[in-house]
Every structure is written in C-alpha cells, then in structure tokens.
Design a protein around this ligand. Sequence first.
Ligand code: SF4
Length: 407
Amino acid sequence: MKNTVQIGDIKMGHNQPVVIQSMTNTDTADIEATTAQIIELAKAGSQMVRITVNDADAAKAVPEIIKKVRSYFQKESSIPVINKALSKMPAIVGDFHFNGNFLLKNYPECAKLLDKYRINPGNADDTNFREMIEIAIMNNKVVRIGVNGGSLDNTVLDRLMEHNAQQKNPLSSDDIFVEAMVESVLNSAKTAEELGLPKNKIVVSGKVSDLDQMVKVYEKLAQQSDYALHLGLTEAGGGDAGIVASSMALGILLRQGIGDTIRVSLTPTPGMPRSREVAICKYILQGLGLRNFQPKVTSCPGCGRTTSTFFQTLAENVNKKIDQSIDCWKEKYQGVENLKIAVMGCVVNGPGESKYSDIAISLPGKMEQPMAPVYLDGKFFKNLKGDDIEEAFFVILEKYIQDRFTQ
Ligand code: SF4
C-alpha cells in the first residue's frame, strides 16, 4: 500500500487527491517579488510552492517570506467573502543542491520554517546528502528525493553501462539510463531511511525531459516501491509544445493510478503569468476526472454548418464568465465545480450533446431557424432568439446554479 505523507494540512499518497505544486522563478533573496509570486501561485490553486534556496541571501530571506505569506493568508481567511479553499496557505518547499547542508546548518530558521526540503542527490555529495537528511529528521520535515536526468549521478550510469556492455543481449542505452534513474532514486531513498528518515516523510521523483523515458522511470518506481511520487516532465519547453508534452506524460501515468503530486514545468513566454503552470495542472486533473475545479464546458469545434462568429464568441464568453464568477460561485454554491455546460454550433450534435450536460445551448447553424434551444438536465427548456441570446443564456445559467447548488 502506498505511503501517506502529511505536509501541514496537505496529505498525499494512499487514496488522497493528487496535489498540485509549482515553483517560483523570482530571486528568492528578493523578498517582495518572491512573496508576491507565491501568493499568485497559491491563489491559482497551487497547494505547494517550491522556492530555490541557493545561497546565503536566499536562506536569510526564507523566514521573512514565509511570515509574509502566512500573514497574507491569515488576513484573507478572516474576510468572509473570500473562498477559503482558494485562500489556503500553501506548503513552502525549499530546493537545495550543492550547498544545502551548509545553508540548512547556518540558517536554522530557514530549516525550521520550510515545510519540506527538496534534495537532488545528483548535486549533493555524501556528506551534504547525509547532513541535509539529518537536519530534516531533527526538524521533522518531509523530504523529496528528486533525481533529475540532467544531474544524474554518473557513477551509477557508468557502472550499469559497463555491466550491460558485457551482456550477450545488451539493452539499449535509453533503457540503461532509465535503470540508472530508478536505481539512483531508490538507493538515495534507502540511504535516507537508513539515516532515520521515516518512509512517510519521503517523496521521490525521477524527472527526465524525454516523455517515453519519463513514463518508464515512474512505472518502474511505482512497481518497485511504495514511496509517494512527485510527477513531472522536466524541461518540457514552452508554449503549446510544452503543454502538450507535459499533459501527455502526466496523463499516461495518472491514468494508471501513478502519481501523488504533479508539477508542470513550462518555459515562460514573456508576459506569461507564472500561475499558468498551475492552470495546466488543473486542466490535466479535471480532464482525467481526478479532481474538479470549475464547471466543464463542452463546445464543438464548429464547421461549415456554423460560419458566423457568434457561436465562437458565445463559447469564449461562457468560459470567461466561469473564470470571473467561479470564486464567488464556490463561496455560495457547494459543488458548482461539477456543473457541465455545453455550447454547440448546430442541430447536428447540439441536442444530443445536451443530454450529457446540466445546461446546454445549441446555436442555429446555416439554413436553420434563427433560434437557440436551451436544455436543462437534458430536456428542452426554451428557445432563445433575437439580439440578446448571450445575456438571456447567462440569466438562465445563474438561475440554474442558484436552484441546484444553493446550500
Ligand atoms: S455541432 Fe454542428 S457546427 Fe458543431 S462541429 Fe458538429 S456539425 Fe459542425
């Protein structure tokens, strides 16, 4: 049975919902910028936020950052109209590499206040690794042993490569790389346990940038251990390509029940909010039916039967309305995130799709009567026509939500 790991209020592992996490890209020593970005990520739905702790200035800044984030969320939770679920203090994770032992030893407040440490064994020699684990034990902290393909310990890889070369039917170098990743993760986790870190304080990851290798690494980790697993396709790139690659990699694993916490690592495009990576995590989990965050909108792609842009505009505005209203709806209407809405372009699939939605509108395609039937709970409700179809649909939508989800 999979271990359950508890970090503050957050539980992950056996039978727990998949936890969303993210990482800041501000200079941690810049207290204001880092605090602001943690708050942005947490408000977007990131339950854990990782910050790099790479030097003395960063380690010195950590207590102040945590104090400020705490104070922000304490204030937020005292305002009744704010959705409590959205204004939860995230767990703050410190990312440590080459000098982690030095920083954790010399800045004990940083070691004490962080909720979890991420340690990359490939970037920590034996003494560094051991001392970081000992400090984690002393402070009762969870540790992620996060091996990364880009910093994999070459001694493991070289040994396996050498052994493989002597075999009659050697495996491919890709397969050996996967074996080396898995061995490195499990060896480091075992060492941490031998040093006294309990199993329920350990999360592991083996991130690589190649989708196929990444999937194989995690499948093997899931087969060979019961540690909580942090999933991520590292260095996935940016834009649509990065989103698609991450979604496929995480989707393949989550669909098999592998993975307890996820991060989507996107190269930001200028002006892109950092919280975009949190939004993608939410879409992945909702798309897989693992967690619902907001109403689902089913809309068709349109075709030659619906050449006007009205249909596209309505579909877009329904999504915008959800984004703008969701916090307020969640505050007032329990379960509203499970609502299903359909916006369809014509009579071909409109009425049929409406049967699978709570509320649906089917717009008139070319050559159809200029009216838009609305369906509630799969049954015809009324036809909308004229210039205010969108406005009238939103009135029906609000009323439906109010009637169905009022607590
Ligand atoms: S529902 Fe109608 S408009 Fe939409 S894709 Fe299908 S045929 Fe085209």
